[in-house]
Design a protein around this ligand. Sequence first.
Ligand SMILES: Nc1ncnc2c1ncn2[C@@H]1O[C@H](COP(=O)(O)OP(=O)(O)OP(=O)(O)O)[C@@H](O)[C@H]1O
Length: 234
Amino acid sequence: MLTLSDVRSGYGSTTVLHGVTLEVAAGETTVLLGRNGVGKSTLLRTIIGRLPLTRGSISLGDRELGGLPPHERARAGLAYVPQGRDIFPGLSVLENLRVAVAGTRRREWPARLERTLEEFPQLKPKVNAGGRSLSGGQQQILAIARALITDPRALLLDEPSEGIQPSIVVDIAGMLVAAARERGIAVLVAEQNLDFVGRVCASVNVIDKGTLVDRVAVGDLMTNEDLQHEYLGV
Ligand SMILES: Nc1ncnc2c1ncn2[C@@H]1O[C@H](COP(=O)(O)OP(=O)(O)OP(=O)(O)O)[C@@H](O)[C@H]1O
């Protein structure tokens, strides 16, 4: 379980998050939904330690992460897929995966690779292809696979459906839900895409101006245009 309690942070003297409290259960996919600029990325960056926590706590299981530098949080089991996927375009798929586990025992590599390719079968025929040659959707799948191959306890994803064609969005949603359940990982996704969200969870946590303002069933959101306008600005 990833637990956020009264998380506050921001940029310099500007406070962006005004006290976010949220539990992300192991084996489940939890969604943070909100329009542009409300603080979704800021929250994910604060959890992984790229932005300082100015108040509150972030814990994974019974371990407090709030004061740790990013690499120690990663070692404790946090993995992160940033917005715009951030694979190494000059490396092959296999090399991208290998780099992610460079710090782990060599003998674990074959089993980790096999499991990851089973979870993401689209990558199998592409293992020797260059990152640059993959489509946007394939790059996103590789970015997620690269995070999962580290065997994390919690996985954070920033708008994984952004700019991805709808059929691949469906695939990505299915793979994420399966990986969360089978690996027992706490998955937290920041999203704005209702089609994606409806495939990974039943209700979402709505963030606005750095505060969680509602928890709402995806079905209600899909059928209520006023709510969509209020929470997503569409
Ligand atoms: N590097 C930065 N320096 C200063 N302010 C920033 C920085 N990055 C984001 N902000 C501000 O923090 C607020 C929250 O931005 P954030 O990127 O977390 O929003 P978001 O919900 O993830 O939206 P988006 O999808 O557009 O990234 C915004 O007002 C934004 O202008």
